[in-house]
Ligand binder design. Structure first.
Ligand SMILES: *[C@@H]1O[C@H](CO)[C@@H](O)[C@H](O)[C@H]1NC(C)=O
Ligand SMILES: *[C@@H]1O[C@H](CO)[C@@H](O)[C@H](O)[C@H]1NC(C)=O
Ligand SMILES: *[C@@H]1O[C@H](CO)[C@@H](O)[C@H](O)[C@H]1NC(C)=O
Length: 440
């Protein structure tokens, strides 16, 4: 009796379950098929709903690595000299930390050479929290605020890394100078053999760049106030279309206003004449030309980013042709519109850059129209925090597709496909040194 009653119940259950499973499987595969192939023309689903195949995460050897004990004796003291914009200085400093560990050296605080670029005096300690940095780097590399008395009166001996062509090795070429002078300074060169680094040196670089560097308390408070007043959810958009960078790019923009053309000519790089004719076309197709705000708006629409999206403009002052974006995307917020006027005008370049950085590593999504130091830093930091709605717009694809004569719907669909694939594959969205690709 018992068996008779349970059996039908059991088969009903199995039947129901299998129906459920079949329904679930077919709908989920249909669903993902739909999502990966949908586009703006078919509607529904913006770029962020595309199923990702890969994701960048901090490498295990960094986060779970067993640290090699620091040597008892230091080989000497190193000061890293950093130049350029805030994110370029930070990148060079991170490299310098790795080198210091590689050479078993002790770091002193870096020199942030800002005067030439920003016309201000803000150094490392004005932007970043020094005590926190030293504390976080404990076990990774030695950092001191003060030099020992026997060398504290000396200036470091500069070692020029920039002239060393091709791949070079710091142990071979810089260690002898460090051992001889005991206190040296240099600006890291991009061409070093980082592949030869022992893991403990790479881990020091990663730890410094993505965990130990944080803004000073007062800057972080200002930045979080700014973050709070931006309507949520929001996209942080890093647009680059300032006169100096357009002049530097040597690209011609026939459609822009006379005022913009004048601004470009008057930029410090204005003597770099734009390429013309065939050279201009080759240059553009290689992806060398910054996207205009208008082109950016077009690509955002191709990615099905709704035109009522809240957009924070992470950008410097003096963006040109901004109407090209605001005509389509009207919910645009900037530092100058959100901060009290007296705060904003008194703010230095580094401070403004730090605010954009902070907002961008905390935004719901981040899109860059360029692939500069800020974009790389922000993308990596977002990956570190598990924020994966990050995308670099492809200048090259845009140039190539328009060169092929694609227009309107065809162009939009082609742009969607390129960026969908980039997003699905996590292409370019993190610095490979400290991040490893994880198959989803
Ligand atoms: C640095 O110290 C490690 C041991 O911690 C040693 O294996 C390595 O050879 C040293 N490197 C230099 C350049 O002194
Ligand atoms: C730098 O700032 C000083 C004082 O604020 C100003 O007189 C000078 O013109 C500025 N230099 C540049 C290149 O902007
Ligand atoms: C902006 O782009 C649209 C195409 O999306 C084009 O029709 C228009 O002329 C452009 N405007 C400017 C000012 O370049």
């Amino acid at each position: 009796m018992f068996f008779f009653s349970i059996k039908p119940l059991f088969s009903v259950l199995v039947f129901t379950l299998s129906i459920l499973i079949i329904t679930f499987l077919s709908s989920s595969s249909l669903f993902s098929l739909y999502r990966t192939s949908s586009n703006s023309a078919v509607g529904e689903g913006d770029i962020w709903s595309v199923r990702r195949l890969f994701e960048w995460r901090p490498c295990k050897w960094w986060l779970q690595g067993h640290l090699t004990a620091l040597p008892l004796e230091t080989n000497g003291y190193i000061r890293v000299d950093c130049y350029g914009g805030l994110n370029q200085m930070r990148r060079d400093f991170c490299d310098g930390v790795g080198i210091a560990r590689l050479l078993n050296a002790t770091l002193v605080l870096p020199k942030f050479e800002v005067a030439s670029y920003w016309n201000e005096t803000s150094g490392f300690a004005d932007v970043f929290d020094v005590d926190y940095f030293i504390q976080q780097m404990s076990g990774f590399v030695k950092v001191v605020k003060e030099l020992p008395p026997e060398i504290s009166s000396k200036e470091p001996v500069p070692v020029d890394c920039s002239k060393r062509k091709g791949h070079f090795d710091y142990v071979e070429s810089v260690l002898p100078a460090l051992l001889e002078h005991k206190y040296i300074s240099f600006t890291p060169a991009m061409s070093q053999r980082r592949d030869r680094y022992p893991l403990y040196a790479k881990a020091a670089l990663c730890e410094a760049c993505y965990k130990a560097i944080r803004l000073t308390r007062s800057l972080e408070m200002k930045a979080s106030e700014l973050l709070q007043v931006i309507p949520k959810p929001f996209l942080s958009l890093h647009l680059r279309f300032e006169p100096d960078m357009v002049a530097y790019s040597q690209c011609a923009y026939p459609g822009i206003s006379p005022a913009s053309i004048k601004a470009i000519e008057e930029a410090p790089q204005g003597d770099r004449k734009p390429w013309t004719g065939e050279l201009a076309r080759i240059w553009r197709r290689r992806g060398k030309c910054p996207l205009t705000p208008n082109e950016t708006a077009l690509i955002l629409q191709a990615l099905s980013i709704p035109t009522n999206t809240n957009i924070y403009l992470a950008a410097g002052d003096g963006l040109m042709e901004i109407e090209g974006l605001t005509a389509t995307y009207s919910n645009i917020f900037t530092k100058s519109s959100l901060l009290r006027n007296e705060d904003f005008t008194a703010m230095h370049g580094n401070t403004k850059a730090a605010l954009d950085y902070y907002v961008s590593i905390n935004s719901d999504s981040y899109i860059a129209t360029y692939f500069g130091n800020m974009d790389k830093m922000v993308a990596a930091m977002r990956a570190f925090k598990g924020l994966h709605k990050t995308l670099f717009l492809s200048r090259k694809a845009f140039a190539e597709l328009t060169f092929q004569g694609l227009r309107e719907k065809e162009l939009m669909q082609a742009l969607w496909k390129v960026h969908r694939d980039d997003f699905a594959k996590g292409r370019g969205s993190a610095l490979p040194e400290c991040f490893c690709e994880f198959k989803l």
